[in-house]
Structures are given as C-alpha cells and as structure tokens.
Design a protein around this ligand. Structure first.
Ligand code: CAA
Length: 703
C-alpha cells in the first residue's frame, strides 16, 4: 500500500499518509508528501488541502533511525517539505489526532491551519534526543504561542494536551469528533477567504511580541546552564529562538539548521538516541514466541517487610495491584506497614499524592503472618535475607502453599536462580525479579530467566514491569547477573587503585567528575559494605579464584559497614550524609600497602576513570558473549537506570564504542603491562579483542 493516499472531498484534496507505527517522516514519506502536495497545487479541481494521518495519529516526527546517517539529508528533507508548504498557493490544513511530535508538529506548523482532536497531544521532544527542533520549530512555535510558552514546550520536551493551546493561533479548532470533516470545513473557509484577496496565514509571517527579550532569554539561559550542565541542546534552543526573534525568520531558521547539525554530530545526542532505541529494544526477547500470553496477575504477595520488601510492595500498590505482605514476626510486619505508609505520607506532603489516594493504596495492602494466607496470590516475590539456606526454606514452603500456576519470584541479587528453582517441583514457574534499592524509586528491574523458566512466566514479568513503570532488562543466570557481576569488577578495580596509591576519595572524585552519581567507595558506604564482605566470604570459602580484599575486609572486621554504622570508607557525622576522609582508613590502607611491600604511586584521574569504566566494559563483553545479556544496549540500560552511569555518555558499552574499541583494548593491555599491573585482569575479553581487531563496535554505534 502506498504511504500517501490522495482523494477529493468537494473541492478539497485529502492527503492521508501513513508510515506505521507512528508515521515518522522518513525519506519515503517525505517524498510521497511532496508529490501529493505538488499534485494538489496543480489540480484545477482543488481549492484547498487537508493533511491527515490515515492510521489514528498524525506523526511522531523525523525518523530517528535515519539520524547519524545520510538518509536524514536525502532530498526532499523535512526542511524542503516545510518550505514547499510555505509557498503553497492554496490553503493547507493539518488535521491532528494521536500525536504530532517533533518534525510532525513542525510539519503541522508549516501548514496554514491546524485542527486537532481534543485527545491529541503535541510537543517538541527533540531535547530528549539531545537535539533542537530542526525543521523550523524554534522559529514557528514562538510565533504561534509566544516565546515563553514555546521555550517551556521545547525545553521540557513533554507531549502536551492540545487543550492547553486551544485558544492560541496554534489551532484553528479543537474538536471532539469528526476531525476530517472539521478540517475540510476550515480548508473551504480559508479557500473562500483567499478568493476575496485575503492572504494565507503563515506562522513565519507572525510577529514576535516580546517586550523584554534580553531579560527573558538571560533568565532562561541561567536556568538551563545549571539544570542541564552536560547537555548542549537546551542552550542551543534558546540561542536559535533568540537569533530568530532578533534577525527574522529566515536568519533564525538558518541558525537553527546550523545548530541542529552541530548537535546531531555531537556525542550527547548520539548517546541519547542510543538510549531511545535501547529502551524499546529491551522488551524484545528473541526466542519468546510473539503469541506468548502473559499470566493474569491480580494479587501479589511479598515476603519480607524490610526496606526491600516494603519498597517492592509500594510499586504494586501504586499500580492498583493488591499486595499481601508476609512477615513471620509481628513487630517487623508492623514496622513494614508503617514504612510503607510513611512513603505515601511523604508524597502527600510534597503534593504528589492526595489523602484519598493514600488511603486507597493502603487499603490494597494486607499484612499477614502465615504462609497459608498468601497461597492464592498470582505472583509471590521473596525479599528475605540473601543466604541460600534461607531462600531454600522459603521456596520449599512456597512450593507447598502456592496455588498451581502462581509465579514464584526471588529478589536475589547474586544467588543461583536455577538452584532456587530446583528446590521446587515447579521450576518453570520460578524467575528472578531483582529490584534495586530503594525499590520504589529505582527504575531498573533485572528479570532473571532461569534455565527452566516458562516463556509465559517471562512474558508476565515483562508486562508487569511496564505496569509498575520499571525498566526491565532480561538477564541469564550467573553470579551477580548483569549489574552486580560487572560492579564487582569495578569495585575490585577501585580497591586495586587504593592498594597501589590512590585514596578512596581520589577514586570517588575522579569518577564522579566523569559523571557517575557516586564513586565506588561512597556507593559501598551507602549500600553497606557488609553486603560485599558477605559475598567475598562466600567466594573465599568456595575456593573460587578471587583476590583477597585486605583493606575492605579489615574495615568490615572493624564494624565499618558504611553510613548505617557511622563509618566505612569514610567517617560520617550524625544527621549529615557528607563523607569525610578518615584517618583510620588511611592507617589501614597504609598498613596493608606496607605488608604487601607496595610503594604507593600517584594515580592520575584519567587513569582512575579508564580503569573503572574499562573494568565494567570488559566484564560486559564477557556477559554479552556468554549471552547472559541479549544485547549490548541492555547492559547500558542496566547501568543507566540502576548504577548512576552518566546518561549523556550512553552507558558503558556505548561509551566504549565512542572511544573506539581498538583504543579501549590498547589501553587495557597497557594497564596490564605497567609495573605491578594485573595482566590477567586486563586481558581484553575475547569478544572485545575480536571487535577491536575488526574495527567493530558493541552497539552498532559510530566510534
Ligand atoms: N522515528 C523512528 N521510530 C520511531 C519514532 C521516530 N520518531 N517514534 C517512535 N518510533 C518507533 C519506536 O522505536 C518503536 O519501534 P519498535 O516497535 O520497533 O520498538 C515504535 O515506533 C513504537 O514506539 P513506542 O514503543 O515508543 O510506542 P508508544 O506508543 O509508547 O509511544 C510515541 C509512541 C509517543 C510516539 C513515542 O514513540 C515517542 O515519543 N517517539 C519519539 C518522538 C520524538 O522524539 N520525535 C522527535 C523526533 S526528532 C525530530 O523530529 C527532529 C526534527 O526536528 C527534524
């Protein structure tokens, strides 16, 4: 079927276009639209034109898949299309339903008139892709809704209800039904007015009325400079708007084009575009049949009313799903319920929730003290102590009480999900749902697929994740899954640098300057160093090949577990979350270096950053090769949503690509070769070595 359908209603040409699923304006559609507009222009039987999406939506804008390649500039470009609209001799009306976003709204603004269905949403979301609206949006929108409103639309990037602009020149009419009929009517009226000598209204001809342009732009500039430090697009939007307001539409549009190209060629936009597609790819599971039907989940049970169990429960309560919270100890159960209520009360205080909703959510929560009371739940998630013997007890109990078909999930962060599944008579119903702390806030959910997990159990987990607004990433079974397996290498590398001569604060500072929310030592102190200690002790005991972490172990032996004990890698003061360098820790480090015969050396911040990030990348490469992760972009999502990796760098795998894998492998080998370097640790993983040699990349992104 052609992407553009041309039909006639009276004396109005209706150009109905489609490029499913969202009518993005790729080359073929642009070409089709130009031809249809030229045909209507030349058609003597036509007085006016309506542009309408034929599949329930107008357009989600430029085809993002073309970005970074030649197709985006393949003629006709969006710019050509919009210039053609400006020069049309007959009125053109955009009829908007669904969404008109980005280039879609820019196309509509280049039409003479716009009519929208009241349910439609419009916006210029380019800023979220690290871009500015590059098809006249920075020039036309301020002329239609005023500079301040236009800046708010462009800097937030949010899709907004058309009702917000119903009274502005952005829309001629907002209708409840019969969009096409209304648009045809507007076209007829406009065509009649044209015949009486009235000029066709064009956004480009509107005057910008802003009495205090300099002050407004100065204020906007200061605001975005602090709010979006690492992101160049917001400032570029302000620059383009100001330039056009001062120098006129054509000069403004030329400046917009120059800035658009600059942003498109930059690394921040490439990273954000990578994330856009990563977010959508993560829900695709290659070997899951497309017709897999998820199981019905109406009632969830959570075992363990500690911080984790309470946080997990809140997610489901927020989504309107009933939760049985099980804890065998009455006081602990009561504390859990209070904790949940306090979180909701905090939201009420901030104005994010009203009291009625708070009570409605609490009414969905049923605290229980016995396993028998959760038997009819459709999904049960255990969040008990991270110890295999404890999990074994819980799962044999669950196997006994849960109804057939219930999904049995573990929130383990490191333990073997296949072993846990094997405790039960129904390993096909067992899955890992690894929430991150605080579980009601962190976006990431690692969905751990066991060897025997049934396809519909996996599909249910992915569907539920969407319902509770989590970013779900599928992981295979291994020690630590995707995120923690990688973080172990990263933390180990941080500790290695402390052994060699860096202080914990030097390591943290360097990686925080790179953009991590928190360095490995502050992170350890926040999460509790006892967790890693516990895991290490298990590894030492199992005889697995792990290096003894002398300093970290010693600090734990001293009870320095982190913020919760008032001391860890740093010292803490009561009521103050700042981390203060600790002379005690410095002493322990010094002692350990002496015992190991290490003469400390100064480690430059650049080396600290490379060693921490490349430790992640090398383990990521192994995870990819072992098919623990389905794709490199899934690994990036894990790090962006669960570990505070700087968003503008796109995740560790994408970042490695941007550095060129050849360079990454070369630097790694150099770390291994330096005096005292760990040559085994720094041997590039086979996949990394191969891609580096071939000039390839993990994510398919350009170097
Ligand atoms: N280009 C290419 N593909 C797009 C796209 C676009 N602009 N917008 C969405 N898609 C694709 C998605 O990748 C997804 O593909 P898969 O099914 O293969 O994964 C599919 O369309 C459906 O998208 P969602 O899963 O996001 O569906 P949704 O219903 O949840 O949301 C949406 C729909 C609101 C349109 C959302 O996709 C969205 O916000 N899209 C991005 C819009 C955007 O950023 N537009 C600006 C583009 S840049 C531009 O226009 C530059 C310019 O100024 C010239």
């Amino acid at each position: 079927m052609s992407n553009v359908d041309y039909s006639i209603r009276g004396r109005i040409a209706v150009i109905a276009f489609q490029a499913p699923p969202v009518n993005s304006l790729g080359f073929a559609l642009r070409d089709g639209l130009v031809s249809a507009l030229e045909r209507a222009s030349a058609d003597a039987a036509v007085d006016g034109i309506v542009l309408i999406g034929s599949n329930g939506t107008f357009s989600a804008g430029a085809d993002i898949r073309e970005f970074g390649g030649a197709a985006v500039r393949q003629g006709p470009t969006l710019w050509t299309l919009n210039s053609l609209l400006d020069s049309m001799p007959k009125p053109v009306v955009a009829a908007i339903e669904g969404v008109a976003l980005g280039g879609g709204l820019e196309l509509a603004m280049s039409c003479h008139h716009r009519v929208a269905l009241a349910t439609a949403r419009v916006g210029l979301p380019e800023v979220k892709l690290g871009l500015l609206p590059g098809a006249g949006g920075t020039q036309r929108l301020p002329r239609l809704i005023g500079i301040e409103n236009a800046l708010n639309v462009m800097l937030s990037g949010e899709p907004l209800s058309v009702g917000m602009f119903a009274k502005s020149p952005l829309f001629d009419a907002v209708v409840e039904t019969d969009l096409l009929g209304a648009a045809v009517k507007v076209a007829e009226t406009s065509a009649a007015a044209l015949k009486t000598g009235q000029a066709l209204p064009r956004a480009r001809d509107q005057r910008i009325r802003e009495p205090d342009l300099e002050a407004l732009m100065g204020f906007a500039r200061n605001t975005v400079k602090t709010a979006f430090k690492e992101y160049p697009a917001p400032l570029a939007i302000i620059d383009a708007v100001q330039f056009g307001a001062k120098n006129g539409f054509d000069a403004g549009q030329a400046e917009e084009g120059r800035l658009f190209k600059q942003l498109m060629d930059g690394t921040v936009s490439a990273s954000l575009r990578h994330i856009f597609f990563a977010e959508r790819a993560a829900s695709r599971i290659a070997d899951l049949p497309a017709d897999t039907k998820p199981r019905n989940v109406q009632q969830v049970a959570v075992i363990g009313a500690g911080t984790m169990g309470s946080g997990i429960s809140i997610n489901f309560l927020n989504a309107g799903i009933g939760v049985r919270l099980l804890e065998l100890n009455k006081e602990a159960l009561d504390r859990g319920v209070v904790r949940i209520r306090e979180v909701f009360e905090g939201q009420v205080k901030k104005g994010k929730l009203d009291v009625a909703k708070l009570e409605a959510r609490m009414a969905l929560l049923k605290p229980v003290l016995a396993y028998e009371d959760i038997g009819d739940a459709d999904l049960v998630i255990e969040a008990v102590f991270e110890e295999m013997s404890v999990k074994e007890q819980v799962f044999s109990k669950l196997d006994a009480v849960m109804k057939p078909g219930a999904i049995l999930a573990t929130n383990t962060s490191t333990l073997d999900v296949d072993h846990i599944a094997a405790i039960t008579q129904r390993p096909q119903d067992v899955i890992g749902l690894h929430f991150f702390s605080p579980a009601n806030i962190m976006k990431l959910l690692e969905v751990v697929r066991g060897a025997k997990t049934a396809p519909d159990v996996l599909a249910t987990a992915m569907t539920l994740a969407k319902k509770i607004k989590k970013t779900a990433v599928v992981s295979g079974v291994c020690d630590g899954f995707i995120g923690n397996r990688m973080v172990h290498q990263y933390v180990a590398q941080g500790m290695a640098m402390v052994d060699e001569g860096a202080s914990p604060e030097q390591v943290d500072k360097a990686i925080e300057k790179f953009g991590f929310a928190m360095g490995p030592f502050r992170m350890g102190d926040l999460a509790g160093n006892d967790i890693g200690w516990h895991i290490r002790k298990r590894q030492y005991a199992s005889g697995s090949h792990v290096k003894r972490q002398v300093v970290a172990d010693r600090l734990c032996e001293m009870g320095r577990f982190g913020q919760k004990t008032g001391s860890g890698w740093y010292d803490y003061k009561k009521g103050d979350r700042n981390a203060y360098p600790s002379p005690v820790v410095a002493g322990v480090i010094d002692e350990a270096r002496k015992a190991a015969g290490i003469t400390p050396r100064k480690i430059e911040p650049a080396e600290i950053v490379d060693r921490l990030v490349y430790a992640l990348v090398n383990e990521g490469a192994r995870i990819l090769e072992e098919k623990i992760a389905q794709r490199a972009s899934d690994i990036d999502l894990v790090y962006l949503t669960g570990y505070g990796f700087p968003i503008w760098r796109g995740g560790p795998m994408r970042y490695a690509d941007s550095q060129s894998l050849y360079e990454v492998a070369r630097r790694m080998r150099a770390f291994g070769a330096q005096p005292g370097g760990d040559a085994e640790f720094w041997t590039p993983a086979p996949l990394l070595a191969r891609l580096a040699a071939e000039g390839g990349s993990f994510t398919g992104g350009a170097a």
